[in-house]
Design a protein around this ligand. Structure first.
Ligand code: GCW
Length: 720
């Protein structure tokens, strides 16, 4: 395992701007924590508040070079006061009483006890979770300072990280007034880590949690990981793969629970709640029963006892993530029970402790006969789950991939969003780049995620956006939010490709605040992580912003998907999945290409959308170009909205995409003296691979379609 690792976007360095440094020097003199008793031992070492204080101390030391004192009351100009609403309200009313008493001899000007009750009220109202905060310039007893105010210690930790981010970006803190409240309640990451240390679809080295069927001995890196996650607002995590194999099944037994508990404590201090992926057939696998039938009393009891055992060790355990009846994983279908039966049984066991069941909807026939044109994998999740709306317990949350298939570079949005008003949902993104270049290619995914979150489902009329369904606003879900498959491993830069860190950073920032633009997020990440040089920031930002569409251009066209090598999924292989069991076909022949999913004469998938979208996708005339081959089978000479024929579009985008990929390398080479040498060389290496590999994609796809169609490129470029 790598013994050293970088600090990602938390790599603090001394503030460069001298004016700014002076400002900060005067600002960070003392950290004020209000607690009964003396200043010493103000915070419990294992608390989230203690993490907030340590983060502030460490960040200030590294960026400003000073060490604030820690006190129980405001004494100096330049205080940083961390308080909960309750504490501040109490302090201010004491202060008002005191000031009234001494008014005559020593009047206290009103602005000296200014508190923005408006903000406090506004924040309180907007709070669904307890994670929001206020960060503002504050005058107290004639002393100037900063107030970090929240409902909870995690809110204070988020406020501390926000403050540090401003310092990292060398921004003025004068007249600060920031009110933040997360859009989503569950802000989660799913690791697909196996206990042997491998990671399913991992492209950044081995697991940071496990090696050789044990937890890693040195957990220092896990702590640094918790810091990174917390700094962008992530508050929940699963550490093991949804495919729960034999060893991982035992994570919920005494053999491993104590260490699961240790890891949970590391995350707890950073406000991140631990969940586990579980094996649905655990009662059998662990050797206690001969059935996992959810309606069998012995099974129910088994889970109740098991869950109790887990909570005895981890009192704030979040709950379980379940991949059932999916890709050969066990589930309730074996016993002729529904997914509601399966999920509700687990929910019952978790209920006394406030735990939840995250139940994945990635359920489809993975043994399909490619000759069978009626079965459509895209339909599967909706067909399985939508009819069960309202049958799930209120602590079950259905976990739904963003699209109906599987994390392709382009897919329509899953029709399950907006079609289950009575069932909690969480949306699943994939940060790990399984189908988007596997962290060898740069592919900044924020623009894709923003499109998905901004998609109008029309579920409750125009303007029913996916982001408002996930936040729980549309249907008042009890639990909801966003999760994603992590792209992290033990490589020293965490994500394999350093530029892929931007996806992890951006994921956290975006699901906290879905109104942030891809550009703002890229800008922040670059400045925190790579450089503050204006030219470099601008160039790298543009590279990131263009990268998803460049990747789309040179890979599978017009939303049709796959065309990759089987199993590992890297690199072009147009027919790699065409005659397989996976339900992922493009149906290209000498006349045309694409999947007919219309109601009229296709699989009828379009009907799963609300009318406006159903009509949009159903009609050739209105179906967006980028999804044309997802919804329709058309001839190569079909003319797109862009005015080009399908075949010419394929040729043009592939030549252009490959050229743009090469240009990414050319652009990067201009940054040699602006980027740390190790990072410069590393990214350069990846961009060389991407540039060559994009050409391979281009030539393979173009040759394939030229040979199938026999239609020449109007520009006569070289096709093999
Ligand atoms: O498509 C598949 C991936 C699998 C993954 C699965 C899932 C964890 O190729 O590797 O298994 O999706 O999401 O369950």
């Amino acid at each position: 395992l790598e013994k050293c690792w970088d600090q990602g976007w938390l790599r603090y360095h001394l503030v460069q701007d001298q004016e700014r440094l002076k400002e900060y020097n005067q600002l960070f003199t003392q950290i004020v924590l209000m607690k009964e008793g003396s200043a010493a031992g103000l915070v419990d070492e294992s608390s989230i508040l203690s993490s907030a204080v340590k983060e502030l101390e460490q960040g200030i030391k590294q960026m400003v070079g000073t060490k604030p004192s820690i006190d129980a009351e405001v004494k100096l100009d330049g205080f940083i006061w961390l308080a909960t609403f309750e504490q501040i309200e109490a302090a201010l009313s004491d202060e008002r009483m005191a000031s009234r008493a001494t008014e005559l001899q020593n009047p206290v000007p009103e602005q000296d006890i200014r508190v923005s009750m408006d903000e406090i009220e506004a924040l309180k109202k907007r709070q669904k979770s307890t994670d929001g905060y206020v960060l503002e310039s504050f005058l107290f007893r004639g002393k100037k300072g900063l107030l970090l105010l929240a409902n909870s210690e995690s809110g204070l930790l988020y406020a501390a990280f926000h403050l540090l981010r401003l310092v990292q970006m060398e921004q003025s803190l004068d007249g600060l007034k920031i009110v933040e409240s997360p859009k989503n309640q569950l802000r989660m990451l799913n690791h697909w880590d196996n206990m042997d240390g491998s990671i399913e679809r991992g492209y950044a080295g081995q697991s940071i949690f496990f090696e050789r069927n044990r937890f890693v001995a040195d957990k220092g890196r896990i702590k640094d990981y918790a810091r990174l996650l917390s700094s962008v607002g992530i508050n929940a995590i699963t550490i093991n793969n949804v495919n729960v194999h034999a060893v991982e099944t035992k994570l919920i037994t005494s053999e491993y629970l104590a260490e699961v508990g240790q890891v949970a404590s590391i995350f707890r201090r950073y406000g991140v709640q631990l969940f586990l992926s579980i094996n649905y057939a655990s009662p059998i696998q662990l050797g206690d029963l001969d059935t996992a039938d959810p309606l069998d009393e012995r099974v129910k009891l088994w889970w109740k006892e098991k869950i109790k055992e887990v909570y005895d060790v981890i009192p704030d355990f979040g709950g379980v993530l379940v991949k059932a009846d999916s890709e050969h994983r066990p589930g309730p279908f074996t016993y002729n029970r529904t997914h509601a039966d399966g999920a509700n049984m687990l929910a019952e066991a978790l209920r006394p402790y406030g735990g939840i069941v995250l139940w994945r909807c990635f359920v489809y026939n993975c043994m399909q006969d490619w000759r069978d044109r009626r079965t459509d994998r895209a339909r599967a999740a909706y067909d399985h789950f939508q009819p069960l709306d309202g049958q799930f317990a209120d602590n079950v949350v259905l976990q739904i991939k963003n699209g109906p298939m599987d994390f392709q570079v382009r897919e329509p949005v899953s029709p399950l969003f907006g079609s289950m008003p009575n069932t909690n949902q969480i949306l699943e993104f994939q940060i790990t780049q399984e189908y988007t270049g596997q962290q060898k290619h740069v592919c900044y995914l924020l623009p894709q995620w923003k499109e998905i979150l901004g998609f109008d489902t029309y579920a409750k009329g125009k303007g029913t956006l996916v982001q408002d369904i996930m936040s729980g606003d549309t249907y008042g879900y009890r639990y909801s939010g966003i999760t994603a498959v992590a792209n992290v491993g033990a490589d020293s830069n965490w994500t394999g490709h350093t530029l892929a860190q931007a996806n992890l950073y951006g994921y956290g920032r975006l699901i906290w605040n879905t109104t942030l633009s891809s550009e703002t997020i890229a800008d922040e990440w670059i400045r925190l992580t790579l450089t503050a040089d204006k030219y470099a920031v601008q160039l790298i930002k543009q590279m990131l912003l263009d990268s998803w569409s460049i990747y789309e251009q040179y890979t599978s066209p017009l939303g049709v998907g796959w065309m990759v090598n089987p199993e590992h999924h890297y690199g072009p292989n147009v027919d790699g999945y065409e005659y397989s069991v996976w339900g992922t076909y493009h149906y290209a022949d000498h006349q045309g290409v694409g999947v007919n999913r219309t109601k009229k004469n296709g699989t009828g998938y379009t009907e799963q959308y609300h009318t406006e979208n159903a009509q949009l996708f159903e009609a050739l005339g209105s179906c967006p170009d980028e999804l044309l081959l997802f919804f329709h089978h058309v001839s190569y000479t079909h003319v797109l909205h862009s005015g080009k024929t399908v075949i010419q579009h394929i040729y043009d985008t592939h030549f252009e995409g490959a050229e743009c990929a090469h240009q990414l390398l050319v652009q990067w080479l201009t940054l040699e003296d602006k980027i740390e040498p190790v990072i410069f060389e590393h990214v350069k290496g990846r961009l060389i691979e991407q540039s060559e590999h994009a050409k391979e994609w281009c030539d393979r796809i173009n040759s394939y379609f030229y040979r199938k169609s026999g239609i020449a490129d109007t520009q006569n470029r070289l096709i093999y």
